[in-house]
Design a protein around this ligand. Structure first.
Ligand code: HDE
Length: 709
């Protein structure tokens, strides 16, 4: 399928609201032409400012009220427009137009976010990423509001404020920002064992993606698909990135946050501007209703995933993001996602987390966007017309015609009238219910150790090492020993080796037991024993899809390659490397001792992309050093280049050098480079490309312990 740049129906709709100021005269909001916006009206040249100055008042008042509350969670986000295309009709399962009409190009707006940090927090926080997609379908808007991890921390919406209050900055001192590594979070996690599965994902590299374009997305909850006969199947939604799933290491993340706090936002923007449109395939795991109780876990429990070995993911379509927003506030900030926005053919289940979300998202928009009319904001309005008897409220933009605003009526001919099912009306799935009204948690939700253990078992060795380091770092930041001990005991229930290594890093013993009740996510009158986490079960040894070692390694498109060079660099070496790398879609950037331009050994000038003082190695995926005696002598005398090389080596990235470039390797901490498969000395550009595509050479990590960066 070819990427299409033509405007979607939503983009055309947004055009109606866009304001172009080019060539226009400055006016007030009332259209008055203005000839001075620099000076207020005063009583004399050096006199006081007059209250009469309506130009000053309008300008300042607007400014005073520019801010709206940031999102309670997911405040930091970046978004883009695009479209969704269906590969094959799914009519056997769903009657939704978006799942049956392969000729359609459904407009989408996707927003990616971190959860805990505020709007201005750095992108590389160790955190879950939000993955929210608004589909502007012909039957109304469908929002799939997911995350980049397939499970959630808690099982019941009632616990969400507790979870978020524990991870957000501590209320007395408002510390730390955008970080889970503090006492209140681990106090909560260690007392709420259902969190352990999502938590171990957060300890893995999934929480520090290389790019928003290189992470998966998940609807998390089990939803329902409904076909035109009214038959239902359970479904879980997956987004699979075409570029594979890749991450940075924690040490890099910490440095990236300083070097470029907008790393992910910039990466998404630049990729779209340069025509490298991010793409994800949409997959579904479908479970027939009769299989509801077939598994060792409850399908309604959002802390559980369905391993792909048990129910394969069927790929059904593709999302392409091909346009950056025109205005951050108007689009990315004002977009309002609601899990309750569904269309005929898709329906909810009784997942108690999903049920709570159905209330929360509309509610939060009322204080964030200020009015129930938030659906009229351009980015939120559907591409189909809306007609109903809801009226008035703050910032009403529509002018409803006529005498009536109620139903039924005879004065307006009964309009807006009801639709029949055959005309595509929504009809809730008729689920059979025979139950007591009861405030409790199902015992089928009690298994809290099996899936974190499955996740850990499924990881490659290097991924496991990163998980150990993450637990050690996070718990090492906690001040209370009893919290660390509770965590150590819980980790030991997930995996003994894991807990031993973390305990060693913390310099603590793993307690042989801890005071019950460990799971406090229960009511005071509940039978405490009944709600303790059950024993770990092994229903699958490993699941391949859980390890990033099994992702795609076939492209270097959009990878950032630093060319370390100064005046006199070798053109004969540089030219074929640059050409091959760019043909493969990589971005080649000259990092020179100064800005402006440098000359190659053939005398031509080359634009410098970044002066070494303005950039850092962690912002790049690989480095190339073209050689040239004069250039290398300059680089050898600048310690920052050696740091650049040492870091690139330490973080197991590909390095290619030609001729004199080898002297830089000799002067650095790079060791055993003749044996290293991702270090190319006078090798071909295409071998270098293969190493970059592999993302990292993790085998190298045994040799990098002594590298002091
Ligand atoms: Fe959210 N969540 N959430 N959440 N969530 C919000 O809604 C909430 C949950 C997710 O880019 C808020 O508009 C409750 C799961 C994303 O604008 C708020 C519960 C998942 C985004 C809210 C959850 C998510 C939000 C804050 C437990 C993954 C950002 C601002 C019942 C499936 C969307 C807003 C965007 C945002 C509530 C749990 C994903 C407060 C009560 C599970 C991606 O309404």
């Amino acid at each position: 399928m070819k990427n299409d740049k033509t405007d979607t129906k939503k983009i055309k709709d947004l055009e109606k609201s866009k304001k172009d100021m080019s060539g226009k005269a400055l006016t007030t909001n009332q259209g008055l032409k203005v000839n001075d916006t620099n000076n207020s009206l005063k009583s004399g040249e050096r006199g006081s400012t007059l209250l009469e100055d309506f130009l000053l008042r309008e300008k300042i008042t607007n400014f005073d009220h520019e801010r709206i509350p940031e999102r309670i969670v997911h405040a930091r986000g970046s978004a883009a427009h695009g479209y969704f295309e269906l590969y094959d009709s799914l009519e056997e399962y769903s009657k939704a137009g978006i799942f049956t009409d392969t000729a359609r190009k459904t407009p989408v707006f996707a927003r990616f976010s971190t959860v805990a940090g505020s709007k201005g927090s750095p992108d590389l926080a160790r955190d879950v990423r939000g993955f929210a997609v608004k589909f502007y379908t012909q039957e109304g808007t469908w929002d799939l509001v997911g995350n980049n991890m397939p499970i959630f921390f808690i099982q019941d919406a009632m616990k969400f404020p507790d979870l978020i209050h524990s991870v957000k900055p501590e209320p007395n001192k408002e510390i730390p920002q955008a970080a889970s590594a503090h006492d209140t979070f681990y106090d909560f996690v260690s007392l709420t064992t259902e969190t352990l599965h999502n938590h171990i994902w957060v300890m893995s590299d999934r929480a520090i993606p290389r790019s928003l374009r290189m992470m998966e997305g998940f609807g998390i909850h089990t939803f329902r698909l409904i076909n035109d006969k009214g038959e239902a199947n359970f479904v879980k939604f997956h987004w699979k990135p075409k570029l594979g799933v890749h991450s940075v290491t924690w040490e890099e993340a910490v440095k990236i946050n300083g070097a470029d706090p907008d790393f992910h936002r910039r990466d998404l923007w630049d990729a779209i501007e340069s025509g490298h449109y991010p793409e994800w395939e949409l997959g579904v795991q479908i479970v027939p209703e009769e299989d509801e109780h077939k598994y060792d876990f409850d399908l309604l429990d959002p802390t559980k995933l369905i391993p792909e070995e048990m129910v394969p993911v069927k790929i059904i379509g593709k999302m392409t993001l091909n346009r950056n927003p025109e205005n951050f506030f108007a689009e990315t900030e004002q977009v309002a996602f609601l899990p309750g926005h569904i269309v005929p053919g898709i329906d909810f289940t009784n997942d108690p987390l999903l049920q709570g979300r159905l209330f929360s998202y509309r509610d939060t928009q009322l204080s964030r966007l200020g009015s129930p009319n938030f659906h009229q904001i351009p980015i939120n309005r559907p591409i189909v017309e809306t007609h109903n008897n809801q009226r008035d409220a703050h910032m009403q933009m529509d002018i409803p015609k006529g005498q009536t605003a109620y139903f039924p009526n005879s004065l307006s001919g009964g309009c807006p009238h009801l639709s029949k099912m055959a005309e595509g009306a929504f009809h809730s799935y008729e689920e059979r219910i025979d139950a007591k009204k009861i405030r409790t948690r199902s015992e089928s939700f009690n298994d809290h150790f099996s899936q974190p253990a499955l996740f850990y078992r499924s990881l490659a060795d290097w991924e496991k090492e990163h998980v150990v380091a993450a637990y050690t770092f996070e718990l090492g930041k906690c001040n209370h020993d009893h919290i660390k001990q509770r965590m150590l005991w819980l980790i030991s229930q997930i995996d003994t080796d894991l807990s031993k290594e973390v305990a060693e890093g913390l310099g603590m013993e793993i307690p042989s037991t801890i005071d019950k009740p460990i799971n406090q996510a229960i009511g005071a009158d509940a039978d405490i024993e009944k709600h303790q986490p059950g024993k770990k079960k092994i229903y699958l040894e490993k699941s391949e899809a859980l390890s990033m070692a099994n992702t795609k390694f076939d492209s270097i498109a959009t990878r950032q390659i630093a060319v370390l060079a100064a005046d006199g660099f070798s053109m004969k070496n540089f030219k074929p490397f640059k050409q091959t790398l760019e043909e493969e879609g990589a971005v080649v950037k000259i990092v020179a001792p100064h800005g402006g331009s440098i000359k190659c050994d053939e005398g031509m000038s080359h634009k410098v992309d970044a002066a070494i003082a303005t950039t850092e190695s962690v912002l790049f995926d690989a480095i190339y050093i073209p050689g040239g005696e004069k250039s290398i002598n300059t680089l050898l005398n600048n310690g920052k280049y050696l740091k650049f090389i040492n870091e690139t080596f330490k973080y197991c990235k590909a390095i290619a050098v030609n001729d004199e470039g080898e002297e830089l390797l000799n002067a650095s901490f790079v060791v055993d480079f003749k044996e290293d498969k991702a270090i190319h000395v006078n090798d071909t550009a295409s071998n270098f490309v293969s190493s970059i595509a592999k993302h990292r050479n993790w085998e190298r990590r045994q040799h990098t312990n002594n590298v002091p960066v």
